[in-house]
Each structure stands twice: as structure tokens, then as C-alpha cells.
Design a protein around this ligand. Structure first.
Ligand SMILES: NC(=O)c1ccc[n+]([C@@H]2O[C@H](COP(=O)([O-])OP(=O)(O)OC[C@H]3O[C@@H](n4cnc5c(N)ncnc54)[C@H](O)[C@@H]3O)[C@@H](O)[C@H]2O)c1
Length: 245
């Protein structure tokens, strides 16, 4: 049976991914810094899922998460590195160093730590594997008012390409998904902070609506699956056509 690990599995896109992986027959570890959210997601999925607390910005915590996965389900085949945070938007010159460091720690170093430990395990097993990292449209165009988020999401694409080349011969594929605006808690808060509640931004979207978390999860699960067996080092944009404009 396929064993999958999802960071940020307690809510939003990560939660939708954990549910979909289980629906497609995988055993799933739901990992999140919010332990009760991870537990709730795992409980809803049932015996095919287990929850673990992790802070992806802490390498020791990440090592423990991968060890838990192996202990609980006997290995690791697919890893979805989805956990992330979004800073409050403001002008470039007003961001504090603390905000810079926290976003880079979680969104970029967190992905690096996860990939290192996941890859080590996959190499040890010698049965291939797939890793999907969560970037963003901000991985290719700037997110207004969020320079550290933009930098981190560009960096995730670099890490993805680097590992994709290095481990392809070991049968491990590494890809990234770049969602556009997706209907989750942080996106809702981002829109609510705008004077017009984000109405202008929503009107600009080609499909006149945001993505659902499930629509992003479907791309993540496809990239994990054998249906994407020759897709490696890719950056799959799932934004309803926004950045083609
Ligand atoms: N929602 C969007 O519009 C959108 C667009 C592009 C990219 N993304 C990316 O998708 C990912 C998921 O975002 P979402 O909108 O579902 O947000 P969300 O807040 O609903 O989910 C993120 C999850 O990550 C967890 N998390 C945060 N910090 C963590 C840490 N240090 N260690 C472990 N878990 C941690 C949170 O507790 C939460 O459960 C993020 O990487 C985000 O940058 C989201």
C-alpha cells in the first residue's frame, strides 16, 4: 500500500490533499503544527490516517515526523510539503526582519528540511518515490506586499528543480504546484483586509472565482501518481489562467 505524508494537513489545501490521498487508497500521515487540527483530519479520514505534530521550521521535528511515518505505516512513498504561512501585506520597506525570517523559516527552510529527510528515507528504501512541494503563483510573479513570501515561493521552485535532477536516477520524482487564489482561511483573511473585501481582485480572475482546495489537491495527487510517471522537476500552475494574462 502507498504511504503518503502531508505537511499542513490540518487545514486548507493540505487537508483536501490528505482526504484525496486516502480516497485514492493511500495510507496517510497528517502532519501539522496545529496538532488538534491534524488529529481532527486524521480522525475524519479513519484508520488509513494517523496524525503527528510537526514544526517544519525545526529540522529535528521534521526528522521525528518522517520517523513516525515509517514506524506507523512501514515506509514513505509520496510526500506532499504543503505547510506554509502568509505574512500580512505591506510596503516592501516596512517589513520587519522577524517577519522575513519566520516566513523564510517555514516556507523555504521548512521545505528543505522536509525534502532532506523524505529523500533520505526514500533512498534507503530504494523503491523510488514522489515529492510535491507547494509553491504559489508568487513563485513566478510577485505577491503584492509580501516580499518574503515571494522570495520563499521562488526558492521552493529552485529546491524542486535541484532535487529533481539529482534523484531522478533513483526513481524519485520531485515537482511543485503553483496555486492561484484558493478558497482557504488565510486567503479569506487576505481578501478581508482589503478595503473592498477583495472584490476587485476576484473580478480579475479569469474564471471569476477562486480555486477550491480540492482542485489544488487533485493536481498534487496527480503529480504523486504513476499517471505523472515522466513528469519531473516541473512547476504546475493551477490558477484558472491568471498568470497567462
Ligand atoms: N490559499 C491560497 O490561495 C494559496 C495560494 C498559493 C499557495 N498557497 C500555499 O498553499 C499552502 C497551504 O495554504 P492554505 O491556504 O491551505 O493555508 P492553511 O492555513 O489553510 O493551511 C496551512 C497549514 O499549515 C500549517 N502550518 C503552518 N505553519 C506550520 C509549520 N511551521 N509546521 C507545520 N505546519 C504548519 C497550518 O497550521 C495549517 O494547517 C501554503 O504553502 C500556501 O503558501 C496557498
Amino acid at each position: 500500500m502507498t504511504v503518503a505524508l502531508v505537511t499542513g494537513g490540518g487545514s486548507g489545501i493540505g487537508q483536501a490533499t490528505a482526504r484525496l490521498l486516502a480516497a485514492r487508497g493511500a495510507q496517510v500521515v497528517v502532519a501539522d503544527v496545529d496538532e488538534s487540527a491534524a488529529q481532527a483530519t486524521a480522525a475524519e479520514i479513519g484508520p488509513a490516517a494517523a496524525a503527528v505534530a510537526v514544526d517544519v521550521a525545526d529540522a529535528a521535528s521534521v526528522a521525528a515526523m518522517v520517523a513516525f511515518t515509517v514506524e506507523r505505516f512501514g515506509g514513505l512513498d509520496w510526500a506532499c510539503n504543503i505547510a506554509g504561512i502568509a505574512p500580512q501585506p505591506k510596503p516592501f520597506v516596512e517589513h520587519s526582519y522577524d517577519e522575513w525570517h519566520r516566513t523564510i523559516d517555514v516556507n523555504l527552510s521548512g521545505v528543505f528540511f522536509c525534502m532532506q529527510h523524505e529523500l533520505r528515507r526514500m533512498l534507503e528504501q530504494a523503491r523510488g518515490g514522489a515529492i510535491v512541494n507547494m509553491s504559489s503563483g508568487a513563485g513566478v510573479v510577485p505577491a503584492p506586499g509580501q516580499p518574503q513570501y515571494t522570495a520563499a515561493k521562488h526558492g521552493v521552485l529552485g529546491l524542486t528543480k535541484q532535487a529533481a535532477q539529482e534523484y531522478a536516477a533513483a526513481g524519485i520524482r520531485v515537482n511543485a504546484v503553483l496555486p492561484g487564489q484558493t478558497e482557504t482561511g488565510p486567503m479569506r483573511a487576505y481578501l478581508d483586509a482589503m478595503p473592498d473585501g477583495g472584490e476587485k481582485m476576484l473580478r480579475r480572475l479569469p474564471m471569476k472565482r477562486m480555486a477550491t482546495p480540492l482542485e489544488i489537491a487533485q493536481a498534487v495527487v496527480w503529480l504523486c501518481s504513476d499517471d505523472a510517471s515522466y513528469v519531473n522537476g516541473d512547476s504546475l500552475v493551477v490558477d484558472g489562467g491568471l498568470i497567462t494574462r
